[in-house]
Design a protein around this ligand. Structure first.
Ligand code: B12
Ligand code: SF4
Length: 463
């Protein structure tokens, strides 16, 4: 039995534009969901993973499969439907799963033969067995998996073409920020994989550099942090010889032992959501964790960097509290905090989030011709009506923030500082150049976007 697992591309995502910016070669990430599905697949299936981010295959040239499985974030949904249409026209059954299929079941049901909602561990073997018997069901619900059932991902199947491998060590997040779908999808209970499983899987990853995809690697409670320390000790002891990057909340900086152990285990960078430079902004987003009284973000960033760990700071523009000049303010605050790279995103209502429900109720979702408009839900296009910022204004804030933070003098200043402190200067420099180049590409993309979609914002600004 032949199985194709497809990761659809979205050409509007700047980090997959490898031809336009060679720095993006370092930012095409492995579709871990498909490696996990492959790990759940019995050996009688011959599996091919087709990651369209490395180039869309010439499907008619490929042998006919017995089943096609497609994953998709919301921003990939359109391309997922195109691929599904093609294979269904050949009479090949198509099953779709992942976050978009879970949040928009009805839309997806209309376009594929079968939908898997939730995490796949509990149901994927049954999907395959039903396919083999010719009795594929219309819908399977995996719900939340038992964390011990998460298999070893098949890292051997996509062994070339990427700068980073990928692994997951925990699922779920208790924080439930308004704009984020993780708590709805993976649950509020923080589930941690058994440490020996994680170490064994790490050892099977061919790349030297690895992205740990966890939404919050260390968790929030003392028992989570204790487990993170245990994991880091085990990783150091296993002498993995890997450098890895991960996502964490700012409490990562609060525990010296945790920082030292993570560095020893190979941590070279963390991605931290600061989200807003103002308290009102943090309150609006429900980012309770960053509201800790008396927290000095600059000092927190420095404590992390002292362990030779780079910090990428993520911020969001377009909050109800954001007024003109928020872009420059974010660039200044990010520089004050001393982050090594800045990732600025538009506030985007993603289906299944509290923000979606609120904006929908308020009639503020500007791009709502679905599924066509999903391609703009990359967080790099303004898809909503913002309270104090028109379409032009919010785009201007994005551009001015990136122009300021990634101006050449600032990039070089950060490079010098990282060289002086021997803090992964090369990685940081490449990351800065990649963000800089992508922000230039995005500027061009906004002009095209405005021509094609600008009329949809008629009632923006000063709502
Ligand atoms: C790693 C990651 C990335 C990587 C992507 C790597 C890749 N190609 O997969 C990068 C950094 C590139 C990325 C980019 C983006 N991401 Co992202 N990302 C994640 C993250 C943190 C982990 C994903 C992951 O690997 N999980 C581990 C695997 C094992 O879990 P999984 O994907 O859920 O798969 C399981 C099930 O969903 C299911 N399943 C999945 N696919 C399929 C397919 C079939 C056939 C079946 C049966 C089952 C199935 O089975 C799997 C095992 O249980 C998630 C958060 C999260 N917790 O999922 C956000 C997340 C998926 N990202 C999100 C977003 C918004 C984006 C961006 C749009 C914006 C951004 N800049 O962050 C871009 C879009 C890129 C694009 N190409 O369009 C949102 C998506 C929400 C949505 N409705 O789409 C999430 C949920 C985060 C959030 N805050 O809400 N992301
Ligand atoms: S943004 Fe981060 S902290 Fe907030 S709910 Fe999502 S994963 Fe958790």
């Amino acid at each position: 039995m032949r199985l194709y697992l497809i990761n659809p591309t979205n050409p509007l995502v700047s980090s997959v534009k490898v031809r336009e910016s060679r720095w993006n070669r370092y930012r095409v990430w492995k579709p871990l969901s498909l490696l996990v599905l492959a790990g759940l697949t019995p050996s009688e299936w011959e599996i091919t993973i087709l990651d369209e981010n490395l180039g869309v295959p010439d499907y008619p040239e490929l042998p006919r499969p017995d089943l096609v499985g497609i994953t998709a974030f919301t921003s990939q949904a359109n391309r997922a439907y195109e691929a599904a249409r093609y294979f269904r026209s050949l009479g090949v059954p198509v099953v779709m799963g992942g976050i978009h299929a879970t949040m928009c079941v009805d839309e997806v049901m209309e376009r594929v033969d079968s939908v898997v909602t939730g995490e796949a561990e509990g149901v994927w073997p049954r999907v395959l067995e039903d396919t083999r018997r010719g009795s594929l069901q219309r819908r399977y619900d995996g719900g939340l998996a038992e964390i011990k059932d998460v298999p070893q991902a098949r890292h051997d199947l996509l062994a070339t073409g990427y700068a980073f491998g990928a692994i997951q060590t925990t699922r779920g997040c208790p924080l439930n920020c308004t704009f984020c779908s993780v708590t709805t999808f993976n649950g509020a209970r923080y589930r941690q994989r058994p440490i020996p499983d994680v170490v064994r899987e790490f050892q099977s990853i061919p790349e030297k550099r690895v992205l740990i995809v966890d939404d919050n690697l260390i968790g929030t409670r003392p028992e989570h942090i204790a487990r993170a320390k245990e994991l880091f000790r085990a990783m150091a002891q296993a002498n993995l010889r890997k450098e890895w990057i991960a996502q964490a909340t700012i409490n990562f900086a609060d525990d010296e032992e945790l920082l030292a152990l993570s560095a020893k285990a190979g941590c070279s960078g963390v991605f931290i959501g600061f989200e807003s430079p103002t308290l009102e902004g943090l309150r609006e987003l429900g980012k309770k964790f960053n509201l800790l009284k008396g927290r000095d973000f600059g000092a927190s960033v420095r404590r992390i960097q002292q362990h030779n760990i780079l910090v990428v700071g993520s911020f969001i523009v377009g909050l109800d509290v954001d007024k003109p000049d928020i872009g420059i303010r974010i660039a200044e605050v990010a520089s004050q905090y001393g982050v090594d790279s800045l990732n600025l995103l538009f506030l985007t209502p993603l289906p299944g989030t509290r923000l979606w429900d609120q904006m929908k109720a308020d009639g503020r979702i500007a791009l709502d011709t679905f599924p066509e408009d999903w391609k703009y839900y990359t967080l790099t296009y303004p898809v909503a009506r913002y309270k104090h910022l028109s379409l032009d204004a919010v785009v201007k804030e994005m551009i001015s923030c990136n122009r300021d933070f990634y101006s050449m003098p600032r990039v070089l200043r950060r490079l010098c500082s990282n060289v002086c402190h021997r803090r992964a200067p090369l990685i940081s420099f490449v990351s800065n150049l990649s963000y800089r180049r992508n922000s230039l590409l995005d500027r061009k993309a906004y002009a095209d976007f405005k021509c094609q979609r600008g009329n949809r914002y008629d009632c923006t600004s000063g709502m």
